[in-house]
Each structure stands twice: as C-alpha cells, then as structure tokens.
Design a protein around this ligand. Structure first.
Ligand code: FAD
Length: 926
C-alpha cells in the first residue's frame, strides 16, 4: 500500500480476479487436497489477501510511467566512478547512478554480477493451460474455493494447481480457468521405465489426462474435460539463490530484485510477493538517512532480504517435493569445499539421521503438543515448524506424518497469534471431549529476557482438533489467558504445560483430576519462575492464577552449580509430572524439566543467550495458603549445548505402543537438538535443506543406585539424594532416564557384532576388529576402572566416525568426573565452512564407590552410544545423557577405536555394535 500513489491504490479493484467474491468478503483458503481420497490436507487461516490478475496489475502499475519498450540489455559498464551505463542490443546506452536488474528469473544483469548465474533446474516437469468453462461447470469447483487450490497425489507425487483467472460478472459468460499439472521427472513414474520428459505440443493434453486418471473426483474431470486441441504450455521449474556473501554490487551501484535476485518455483505462490517486498525495502533504503560509514542502500537491501529469501527459495524447492538432493553428486573421498558454495539441497542426505524425529525438510524447533489420542491410542508427537506439525506413532519406533509433506496442524496468522505460534500442550479429552491445545499465541517480537518485556506479546490461546489431530482449529475468541500476572514485570511468559496432579488436588482441595498448567518465565531483575494456574470450568475458558509456585534468585545455581548448571534469568518449556520407579504415576514424586536461559557477564541485550536443559525433583507444600515447589535434587536432562526444549507427556499403559510392549504408564520426553545453534551459527542451511532434529524418546522414572559406599562422594547429594543407609552402604535415588524401551529394542535388533573384551594398561588406541560399515549404529560397552583412577589423569573411551582424516573422541575423564565428546577433529567440513562447530561437549557423571561381593570398587561405566549419521547420543548408567552433532565428511570415517590416556588399567567388556538402525519414516522414503 505504501508503494502506490493514492489514485492507483484506489483503482486496485480493477485488477481483482473475482469482484463478486471480494464483495462477499471471501479471501480464499489456500487449500491443499489429497488426490487419492479427496481429503483436505492443508488450509491457510484467513488473512488479508487479494487475488489479482497479473496482466491487469501490470497495466495499472505502468500507468503514468515513461517506459522504453523493446530494449534488451547486453552489457553494463561501471568504469566511471559513481556512474553505471547500460548498453542495449539496439546499440543505444543509458547512464545513471544506480542500475536495478529486475529482468526476471533468467536475468541477464545477474550474469554480470554473480559468478554462478545459472538457475538450478528441478527434476520436475510441468504443463499448464487456460480453459474456458461455463459457470455451471465451475459451480462445484467454486464450492471448493472461490479463487484457487492445490492438490497432490501421494501415490505418484504428481501435483495439481487450479485457479480462476477471470470471473465475469455475467454468469452467461465463461470463466477462464488455469489448470497446471506437474509430475516428477524420475524412473518408474506411472510405471514408465525411463523418466517422462515434456511431450511434443500435440500430445500434451493427452499426457496431462494420463497423469491424472487415478485421481479422485471432482479433480480428475477438471483435467479430463479439457477440450482436445487446447494449447498446453511447458514451464521450466528452476530456482536460484545468490551466494551467502552476495554478489558484486559494483560499489553499491548495481543490484538485482525480484526473480532476478531470487528465482523460485511457483508452488508456494509467493515469488511476486517477494519482488514487491524487495521494492519496498529498496525504496526505504534509498530514502533513508544514514551515516557515511553505513553500507549504501543497495548493499543494505541485500543484507536485509537474504536470510528470508534463502528460507523461502529452499521451502519452494521442497514444496516441489522431488528434490531430495539425489541428483547432486559430491565426492566424499575428497576434502570438502566451502559447503555454502554448493547448490541448494545438495547436502540433504549428507548428515541426515535415520532413526530420529524431524520434518521431511526445513527447520524443526521445540518439541511440544504431544498427547495420546484416547480414541486411537496413538501417541502424537509435535514440534514447532512454521507453526506446529507432528506425527503419530504406535511403537515409538516409526512415525507417520499427520499431514502430507509434514505440513502443519496449526499455523500463525489468527487474531490472537498474528506473529507466531509458540509451544503448547494438549489436554487429550478437552473441549467437546476432543484434543484441546493450550498454546502461546504471539503478537509481538522481539521477546527476550535481556530486554524490557512488551506486555501482550505473549498470550495463551485454545485450539481444538476435530479430525484426529491433523488440524487444530483456533477458538473464535480472545486468548484463554490474556495477560501475564498483574503487576509482575516478566522476562517471559510462555509454553503453557497442562498436567494433572494428585498432590495438588489434595493440597488445594480441587476436585480430583483437575487440570493445572505452568507457564514458564521469570521476573525482571529477580529471577526465573514457573507461574501456576488451575482449570476453572469444564471448557477450559478460565484459568485461576495460583502464583509463582517456583521462583529462583536470578542466575543462582543448584548447590555449587557443578551438577545442575544455572537457574538463569528466565525459565522456558517447563514440564511438570510425577514419577515412581516404574514410570509415570500421578501420585508419585513431583518432577519438572526446565530450560534455563542465562549468560555470562556482561549481558548484551538481545545477544546474550546461553541455555541449559535441566530437571529437578521437589516437595510440594502449602506456604501461607499458596502452593510451592521446593527442589530436593536437580540435574541435567542432557549436557549437550545444542540439546534443549525438552517436552514430554505421560504415555498411558493403554496406548498402542505400551500395549504392544506391555509397558506401564510412562513419561516420555523428547529433546530438541538445534542444528544451527539456535540460529546463531552460519550453517549451510540451504544446502542441507533441513535443520535440527529431536533426540530419541526417553523414559523417565525414579531410579536407584544401590550398594553405594557411604563416603564423601555419595554424601555430596546434588543430582541424587540418599534414600536409605544400611551399615555403611547407601541406596541413592536420582532421576533415571533411558532411551524408550521400544526404541532401544529396535535399535539393537540389527546385526550384532561382539568385539572381544580388552584391557588397556598404557596410553594408545586400538582399532575395532569388526568396525561398522556405515555411520548408523549403537555401540554398547562396560568400562571398569581401578580405584587408583580417582583424581588421576586417566581417560578412556572410544573414537567413533574415525578415519585418517577425522575422528570423534568420546571418553570418561576422572580428573573432573566428566564424559567428553571431543569434536576438534570431527569434521573436515568445519575447516572449510562456517557453522560446523568443533567445540567439545562435556557433562559430569559421578562413578560412585560401590560394594560388590563384599569388595569396594568403582562403579562400572555402562555406555550406550548411538551414532545416527551426524547425531551422537551418549547415554550412561541410566542417569546421564550428552548429545550433539559430529558431522564427519569422509566416507572412510566409519571406524571405531578403543582409547586410553594416562595411568591405570581399563577393562572394556560387553562391547557390542548393532549396525543399521531403523528408518523412523518408512512412508517418506517411498
Ligand atoms: C505459473 C506461475 C504462477 C505464479 N503465481 C504466483 C503467485 O500466485 N504469487 C506470487 O507472488 N508469484 C507468483 N508467480 C511468480 C511471479 O510471476 C514472478 O515472481 C514475478 O513475475 C517476477 O517479477 P519480476 O519483475 O522479478 O520478473 P518478470 O515478471 O519475469 O519480469 C522480467 C522482465 O524483464 C524483461 N527482460 C528479461 N530479460 C531482459 C533483458 N536482457 N533486457 C531487458 N529486459 C529483459 C522481461 O521481458 C520481463 O518484462 C507465479 C509464476 C508462475 C510462472
């Protein structure tokens, strides 16, 4: 609106495709249908949008402009300082101070500025026609959507686009319909041995009908009714992205905008919109006041637009769904180039895990919104992903996307959440007995604990699913919890976690099985808090505020901070649940998992952001009428610096997964492993086309460590407590965490190779006799250490993903009771490419002195190391986890070695490797 003069803006309705629809207030639904069963798979929530005729908009925009037609640019000359001269093929020239190349997807201006200007051609073919259909023929189509819709065929990956190009007001006149059909250019499509290329002109319509003949009505006949002899045009599907360092702007005198700067496919229908946004940015920059040291308007435009555009081109390329990088060849036997110079999507498979949860492509954020559907017994696992998306599982092994292509079940854009959907949690039988989501609806950003909080930025809203979790429909009302507690100056107030708790019911005299919720956050200058609420009515419309049931002093620590990190300044993603020694029990000991946000001094507004993923157990009591949580022990849920935002849910014994494995009620949690260090690392994201994953599901319970010698080590209770003492021998209690039993059983069901036991007495390394042939396996081992190891320089463990070029060391180090993952030489790519961290990861695990057969010895280190390509999860003794990325580059980097440093004998026993892992997403690889 700001770009157009008032008179042209007033004439915008001239460009509308369907005046009647606009008058009716229709804005379209941007629907995506399934061509096999006709179901609606995706719907974009209402928003301000207008559908314009491209030709009519063009005519309007040209009004009053002096355009020189039929000029084809052939060269540019910037040898004169401060000037740029364009030459045209007709021999004329034009000189000015700035040249803006808006010459489309195959831009000539681009060839002067970018070293690799050629478009990336996608392995998809597309044919399109315009067909006049009568109003009566169009009526059932218009019932689907007044403007346009898309559809795709899960059986073949063919794609269908329909739009009304022109809708005359006189119903006697035909409407012009745009019909596009695309198909993957690959072997086996429709049973053809060879990929099918675009047919000759006269065979095109027949081929479109062939592609569509397996589709459900009314879609099939929209194509089948195209009259023979209709002209069908072929459209190349191509994209192009500038390199991250930009292109040569000739001292800020030449730039590209629109498709010339970022060609993208038409699947998401947003390329022209980006072109318009480019113009808005450029105009703003050209007329902005700036100091002399700031980059000029053209360079500023580039910096501003690049990150958005990278994400969008990548998403468009994924939307075209046949591009999983298989057509790119990269030599993993040679040193890597700077990976950010490679084509988009070319690294898709390089580091992709198999057994972990992640979307088909794109970025995964916090896990959240899990629940077991009481109707089906399926466990729904959710995650943030442009809104939130999810999958179901009946065995905690394989997952099935709720929506095709892993698309969202809720997206931002409503009245309550114009900016974003943040974490939430689900009451499985909520409003109308349906799964009901309470989530953070975001109206304003930035929000960060280091800056003043804008009230109203975060509210908590409700949405209900009526279709088995594939969509959550937002209630047409304001937020259920519209504002942070009165007069509390919060640092954050988000991620509501709903739960039931018998102890709270009795302390607060609530009716049994009342729902509560904690919202995570903190108070400015005071410290992090959990804000507690109680359900007030059966429809969850009102939540009674019960105060900060847990608050810690700003940046304080648990004990000396060794075992549970820092409480920080702001809590996030708190979960509350109760456990016993078997798993989840509403009457059990109360636990919480929390993300803490903290920082070293000096705190830099909007920049300081260190995070830790912790757990705590505690007592719940009434103090002056208010219920309080007081921790009794606390620890790390995962020590990895990229592991954060854990979200769990009780998985009842009646769930499909638990029935099959005969498991009791459990609490299952998933952590997020951020792939670009919370978007602060300059990772080659477009090349990989996915970012981050969830760690393997873990079962939490109350764990015991038995026969522990009563000494200083065991009495220094921090992430454990002394439960009982019997003649000098203690039983300790801590939080037990293990990979979920079904997941572990499946991980270890692959081919088993046992490595002979080994005792190493002196420093060195020994290669495995039967090393794995892939980068997908589980390594298990028991390591025993002598008593003399305590306080010594002894270290022992393994090298994995190892070759002459690279290696990742994982070892226990006695001097500071830590497990270390040494990544300094994990990835040859970290030496050529930004954003591939080589920082070491470490976490503390105390091996206690234990009594065994009447003798005192150091507790055995029981290691489980999961290597899922680039994800390495280290689990130890049922109470320790450290997970991170190790992005080995070379094909040869598959070896495993025993390692020993320092003094003292280490015995490696029960050493096994289960190779292969499972594919958590069988449907995606079809
Ligand atoms: C089927 C389809 C559907 C689409 N749907 C949508 C949609 O729903 N929403 C959306 O936002 N976008 C959509 N788009 C994308 C949109 O059409 C383009 O992003 C937009 O037209 C790009 O504008 P542009 O000005 O950058 O380039 P163009 O529109 O391509 O204009 C480039 C101009 O430069 C001229 N030119 C080229 N070379 C030279 C040269 N050497 N010298 C001089 N002049 C030259 C060309 O003649 C042309 O006039 C769709 C595209 C397609 C193909």
């Amino acid at each position: 609106e700001s770009l157009l003069p008032a008179d042209l803006l007033a004439r915008l309705p001239e460009t509308f495709v369907d005046h009647a629809a606009v008058t009716e207030g229709l804005t379209g639904n941007f629907l995506l249908f399934d061509l096999q069963d006709g179901s609606e798979r995706f719907r974009v929530p209402p928003n301000t949008r207008i559908r314009v005729s491209r030709e009519r908009l063009r005519r309007l925009l040209m009004d009053g402009l002096d355009i020189l037609w039929s000029k084809t640019i052939s060269d540019i000359d910037t040898t004169t300082p401060g000037a740029v001269t364009a030459s045209f093929t007709d021999g004329t020239t034009a000189t000015g101070t700035q040249l803006i190349g808006a010459d489309g997807s195959r831009s000539r201006v681009r060839t002067f500025l970018a070293p690799s200007p050629a478009n990336n051609v996608l392995p998809i073919r597309l044919l399109g026609t315009s067909v006049p259909y009568s109003s009566a023929r169009c009526a059932p189509i218009r019932d689907l959507d007044p403007f346009f819709f898309q559809a795709s065929d899960p059986a073949t990956d063919a794609f269908f686009w329909f739009s009304f190009l022109s809708v005359p007001t006189d119903p006697a006149e035909d409407r012009v319909c745009q019909i596009l059909v695309s198909w993957p250019f690959r072997k086996g499509f429709l049973g053809r041995e060879e990929p099918v290329d675009t047919p000759a002109t006269e065979e095109r319509v027949a081929w479109m009908k062939e592609v569509t003949k397996g589709w459900v009505e009314p879609f099939r006949s929209i194509v089948a009714d195209i009259p023979e002899g209709t002209d069908a045009k072929s459209l190349a599907l191509e994209d192009w992205l500038p390199a991250e360092e930009g292109f040569d702007s000739r001292d800020g005198r030449v730039t590209l905008i629109g498709d010339a700067a970022h060609a993208m496919t038409m699947f998401r229908g947003e390329a022209a919109n980006h072109g318009i946004a480019d113009v808005a940015c450029l105009v703003r920059e050209l007329f902005a006041e700036s100091d002399t040291n700031a980059p000029g308007p053209i360079d500023s435009l580039f910096n501003m637009k690049l990150s958005t555009v990278i994400a969008v081109v990548a998403a468009g390329s994924v939307a075209s769904h046949q591009t999983k990088g298989k057509h790119h060849t990269i030599d993993y036997n040679k040193a890597p180039p700077n990976l950010s110079t490679l084509a988009s999507n070319s690294l898709f498979e390089t580091w992709r895990p198999k057994a972990h949860v992640l979307p088909p492509s794109g970025q995964i954020g916090d896990p959240c919104m899990h629940y077991t559907d009481p109707k089906t017994g399926l466990f729904h696992v959710g995650w943030l992903h442009g809104g939130a998306a999810g999958a179901t599982t009946d065995d905690l092994v394989t997952y099935h996307d709720l929506n095709p292509n892993g698309s969202q079940f809720i997206v931002a854009g409503g009245v309550n959440d114009p900016i974003a959907v943040f974490d939430g949690s689900v009451i499985p039988k909520g409003i109308d007995g349906k799964p009901t989501l309470l989530y953070t609806s975001v109206s304003y950003l930035p929000i960060q604990w280091t800056i003043p909080y804008t009230r109203g930025s975060e509210t908590q809203s409700l949405a209900v699913s009526y279709d088995g979790g594939r969509n959550f429909t937002k209630l047409h009302q304001g937020p259920a919890i519209p504002s942070a507690p009165f007069a509390v100056n919060v640092t954050g107030w988000r991620d509501p976690f709903v739960f039931q708790n018998a102890k709270l019911d009795s302390l607060l005299e609530s009716s049994p099985q009342t729902w509560y919720n904690v919202i995570s956050g903190g108070v400015q200058n005071e410290g992090p808090s959990q804000f507690l609420y109680r359900q007030h009515d059966p429809d969850f419309q009102y939540w009674e505020y019960l105060g900060e049931w847990w608050h810690e002093e700003a940046n304080s620590t648990w004990g000396n901070g060794d075992w549970a990190g820092r409480w920080g300044f702001n809590f996030e993603v708190a979960n509350i649940f109760s456990l016993d020694d078997k798993g989840y029990n509403a009457d059990g000991e109360v636990f919480t998992t929390i993300g803490t946000e903290w920082s070293f001094e000096p705190i830099v507004p909007e920049v300081s952001d260190s995070r830790q993923m912790l757990w705590a157990a505690g007592n719940v009591t009434l103090q002056d009428g208010a219920v309080k949580f007081v921790p009794t022990m606390a620890g790390f849920l995962d020590w990895g610096t990229s592991a954060y935002a854990a979200a769990g849910k009780e998985l009842p014994a009646s769930s499909q997964a638990s029935m099959k494995s005969n498991a009791p009620d459990r609490f299952i949690t998933y952590l997020w492993l951020t792939g670009d260090f919370y978007a602060t690392h300059d990772f080659p994201t477009p090349q990989q086309n996915w970012t981050g994953a969830l760690l393997l599901p873990r079962e939490l319970s109350v764990g015991t460590i038995s026969n522990v010698v009563d000494n200083e080590l065991s009495r220094e209770a921090d992430s454990w407590r002394v439960d009982s003492s019997n003649s000098g021998v203690l039983e300790l209690v801590t939080m037990k965490q293990e990979i979920a039993r079904e997941t572990m059983a499946k991980l270890t069901s692959g081919k088993l190779v046992t490595e002979p036991s080994l005792a190493l007495r002196s420093p060195g390394s020994v290669a495995f006799k039967h090393g794995p042939k892939s980068k997908f396996y589980v390594l298990k081992a028991s390591l025993s250490f002598p008593a003399s190891a305590r306080g010594s320089d002894l270290r022992a463990g393994f090298e994995v993903l190892s070759s002459e070029f690279e290696t990742t060391k994982i070892y226990y180090q006695f001097s500071n009771e830590s497990i270390i993952i040494d990544r300094t030489n994990s990835s040859a790519a970290s030496r050529t490419t930004d954003g591939i961290s080589s920082r070491n990861e470490s976490g503390k695990l105390r091996l206690f002195d234990v009594m065994e057969h009447g003798e005192e010895r150091v507790e055995t280190l029981e290691l489980t190391i999961v290597v899922d390509n680039s994800i390495v999860e280290v689990h130890a003794n049922g109470r320790f986890a450290l997970s991170t990325w190790a992005r080995s580059w070379y094909s040869a980097s598959k070896g495993i070695r025993f390692i020993h440093e320092g003094e003292g004998e280490v015995k490696f026993e029960n050493v096994t490797v289960h190779e292969g892992l499972f594919d958590a997403w069988p449907e995606r690889s079809n």
